[in-house]
Design a binder for this molecule. Structure first.
Ligand SMILES: O=C(O)CCC(=O)C(=O)O
Length: 354
């Protein structure tokens, strides 16, 4: 079979059933081939001494004033700072590091970009979860996390833990969790977080049933852990009260894909939670794409339905319509203007039918 005939299913090449052939065609040998094979099989990579000490020092100095000691937990609290890249050049520099992006580009075969940063002052103590339930792409799998130790991680300051190989467990969708349907235009409201806890409970049971090994990561300052979207991971308990555990997590998507939150979506009913994402390095909005089509209309994170359209020249277009624009017919039918309009146009409808 010639190279052109090699089947190329969509999705990261490291997950391809033709992985060994892909390695050859991409010219990856020796340590680079080994690295790709390890990442494919275990779902994570450890890199020592990847960043210069001076940059780690700057990140610590610039993140420290961004924590809010008056809030115990949340996006901007005593523990964590969400998207500190907006204020801090050092956080941005770490997130957009060109050597790191080159490594991710080699592993995934697409151009990565950082879209979210999380800086921690204390261990997160988060239960095991898979980022892929909350951040995935279409085609699936073009997402990863990069965790950097900004100080030494010991068994007592809330080390990160992960389950090697668990990236192969497909994260449960909302419907897999059998939580019942949700109507996004219902006045009863839409609880986005309804599946967070069930997801964690399901994953805990699944990890126990499948027997994956839990690894707690003690590591020197500067250690980098790259995790695949599906790798189950979380934060261990802080066993020494008050101990700090400074770290930065950067989440990456890859260009040329769409950015989705599967656990908020309902593919059967056509409800897709799409994300409007910004490249944390350049500040530029990165469009959602399906093949070579840019999906128009994703003005903010939210639930959308996708509509096919033709432009004036007969060209294909795909548009995301937010649920806020989807007409609530029951409300419309009750409105006085609708009923007057219907009454006025009734003779015309009768004539058409006749
Ligand atoms: O740093 C930690 O303890 C966990 C961070 C994490 O789970 C995440 O960012 O997805």
């Amino acid at each position: 079979m010639t190279a052109a005939e090699l089947p190329r299913p969509q999705g990261p090449w490291i997950d391809s059933p033709f992985f060994e052939r892909e390695l050859v065609e991409r010219g990856l040998t020796g340590e680079r081939a080994e690295r790709a094979r390890r990442f494919r099989e275990e779902g994570f990579l450890l890199l020592d001494g990847f960043f210069a000490e001076a940059l780690l020092d700057r990140v610590v100095a610039e993140m420290t004033p961004l924590f809010d000691p008056s809030v115990d937990d949340g996006p901007r609290s005593r523990r964590r700072v969400l998207d500190g890249f907006r204020e801090s050049a050092a956080i941005r520099e770490l997130a957009a590091d060109p050597r790191l992006r080159a490594l991710l580009a080699e592993l995934y075969g697409r151009e990565p970009f950082p879209f979210q940063t999380l800086n921690f002052q204390y261990g997160s103590e988060q239960r095991a979860h898979q980022d892929q339930a909350f951040f995935d792409s279409y085609p699936s799998g073009y997402m990863c996390g990069v965790w950097v130790a900004l100080e030494e991680i010991t068994p007592d300051n809330g080390p990160l833990f992960y389950y090697p190989g668990s990236h192969r467990l497909r994260p449960p969708t909302y419907d897999d969790l059998a939580l019942g349907y949700r109507n996004p235009v219902s006045p009863r409201g839409f609880d986005y977080d309804a599946a967070r806890l069930p997801h964690e409970r399901y994953l805990a049971a699944l990890l126990e049933a499948t027997g994956y090994r839990r690894v707690e990561m003690s590591a020197p300052r500067g250690t980098v852990l790259v995790w695949a979207a599906g790798l189950a991971h979380g934060g261990s308990p802080i066993r020494r009260a008050g101990a700090t555990r400074r770290s930065q997590v950067t989440h990456y998507f890859f260009r040329g894909t769409s950015f989705v939150t599967p656990i908020y979506s309902n593919p059967f009913a056509g409800d897709l939670y799409l994300r409007r994402v910004v490249d944390a390095g350049s500040g530029e909005v990165v469009p959602n794409r399906y093949y070579d089509l840019e999906i128009a209309g994703v003005a903010e994170n939210g639930l959308y339905q996708l509509l096919w359209e033709l432009d004036a020249d007969g060209g294909d277009r795909l548009r995301a319509v937010p649920h806020s624009q989807i007409v609530d017919l029951s409300k419309l039918e009750r409105s006085l203007s609708y009923r007057i309009g219907r009454a006025l146009t009734a003779p015309a409808r009768l004539l058409r039918r006749g």
